[in-house]
Every structure is written in C-alpha cells, then in structure tokens.
Design a protein around this ligand. Structure first.
Ligand code: MG
Length: 267
C-alpha cells in the first residue's frame, strides 16, 4: 500500500491566477508564494472535478493486466516501466506509443480488438473497486450543494461501464470523456470542457487527479489540482504542478472543506 510523502506546502504556480495579478502582487510584497496562497484560500469553490481511473476507481490494475496480457499474446511483452509511462493518458496516445516502441510491425488492429476483451473479462471476474473515502467525499460535496463532474481520459463506453460497475451511476452532473475533446491530458481541453458544462469558471473548480498528465491538464485549465498518487511516488513535475499532494480522498475532502470554510469566511 502506498504512502506518498505528504506535501508540506501548496504550490502557487498552479493557481493560474492571471500573470498580471501575480506580477503586481509581486511588486508590492516580497513573498509572492504566501500572497498567492492567501488569494487561493480566499477564492471560491464552485465545483469539484474528479478524474476516474486510479483516482476514484481502482481500475489501473485492470488496464495493466489487459494491456500487458494482450501485447504479450501478440509477442510484444510490455514491461512495467513501459506501462507506467502510459498511465493517465488517452487510449489513442497510448496505442501510438506502443507503435513507436515496438515498431510498425506491431499488430495494432489485433491489439485494439484483444485488450478490451481481456479488460471486460477482468472486470467481470473481479469487479471494480472504489478508492477508500470516495462515497463519504461525494456525500460531503452533495451536502455542500457543490456540483461534481468526471473528467476522464477513458472513452465514453469504458467510463460508463466502469462507473456503473463501481455503483456510481447518476452521481455526477457532468461527465467528459477522452473521445469528446480534441486533445487529451496533459492538454487542458477535458477540464475546460468540464468547467464549461458545469457553468463554473475553471479558477473556482478543484480537480482531483492521480497522474502527472492529469495534474498538468487541470493546472493548465486554471484549476487547483489535488494530487493523490496511485501507488507510486509522484514525479517532481507532478508534485510541483499540484496545489497539494495528498495520501487519500479522505484528506482531499478535508482540504476542500478548509477551502470552503476559508472562502466563505473571507466572503
Ligand atoms: Mg487517473
């Protein structure tokens, strides 16, 4: 079980408040980080956007089993370090990466047909587990009257299947999937689209992510990203791009509660 090191600071770089705002504050007061942090704490929280795989759902092991088994069956074993570079990225990008790694002889069509079969078989056999603290977090957000969205790189059919098999049908106001935007994570498109459909400005959205690509996407969209690494130590880039690095969804619920308390007392 992972115990990622808890970050002791919040990173101002990810707040994505306007540059001019940061610049003028920097001119007035020397401690830019502290100032930006205070601004963030006073900013309203209007919605929470969840990544799905590896954040809400323990689905990464299912993909790993399916992808490694399918590629091995075809004679192209995919080792753990290579697989790790694919986590959190859209399926199409991952498939392109396999062709880059194995060469044009890689039977992509056969792979595309086979891995979903193995994935569905794995889900049918073992189900999909929620990450600890998820239901309590969703209930808390519900009680606060905050809308919740899903922003997942997975395609619509897998996202719908996964959410249903995890007992989360109907829990989200908005679901944006990888096949619905032009560019996947780490591009910001998917989070910008989630904010647009939620009718909440990105700066008032808190995003929850487990991967580097996801944290970068949320940060580039202008959201505050809480990073909850899925089993591995986060990269420096991921940790520095996150508003905060946390060990669990239970901790994330507390951070959101603090942000709400702060913004309401400031307002
Ligand atoms: Mg993820």
């Amino acid at each position: 079980m992972r115990e990622p090191e808890r970050a002791t600071e919040h990173h101002a770089e990810c707040d994505d408040g306007s540059d001019s705002e940061r610049l003028s504050l920097h001119l007035i007061l020397p401690d830019r980080d502290e100032v930006s942090h205070n601004l963030i704490m006073q900013r309203e929280v209007g919605a929470v956007v969840f990544d799905m795989d590896g954040l809400m759902l323990d689905t990464e092991p299912l993909y790993k089993v399916a992808w490694q088994a399918a590629s091995a069956e075809l004679g192209y074993p995919l080792d753990d370090p290579s697989y790790a570079t694919l986590v959190g990225r859209p399926t199409e990008d991952c498939e392109r990466e396999l062709v880059r790694k194995f060469g044009l002889a890689f039977p992509l069509g056969q792979f595309q047909a086979r891995w979903p079969e193995l994935w569905y078989a794995e889900v049918a056999a073992n189900g999909i587990r929620q990450k600890p603290g998820l239901l309590e977090f969703l209930a808390f957000l519900d009680a606060q009257g905050l809308p919740v969205a899903v922003a997942t790189s997975s395609e619509r059919q897998y996202a719908a299947f996964s959410l249903r098999h995890a007992g989360l049908d109907g829990r989200f106001q908005v679901i944006v999937t990888g096949d619905e935007v032009a560019a996947g994570k780490p591009s910001p498109d998917i989070y910008l689209e989630a904010a647009r459909r939620l009718r909440v400005v990105p700066a008032a959205c808190v995003a929850l992510e487990d991967s580097e690509a996801g944290v970068l996407a949320a940060g580039r969209a202008g959201m505050r990203a809480l990073l909850i690494p899925d089993g591995t130590r986060p990269s420096d880039l991921a940790a520095h791009s996150a508003f905060s690095v946390l060990a669990s969804l239970t901790e994330a619920r507390q951070v959101v509660a603090d942000l709400l308390l702060n913004s309401r007392s400031a307002g």
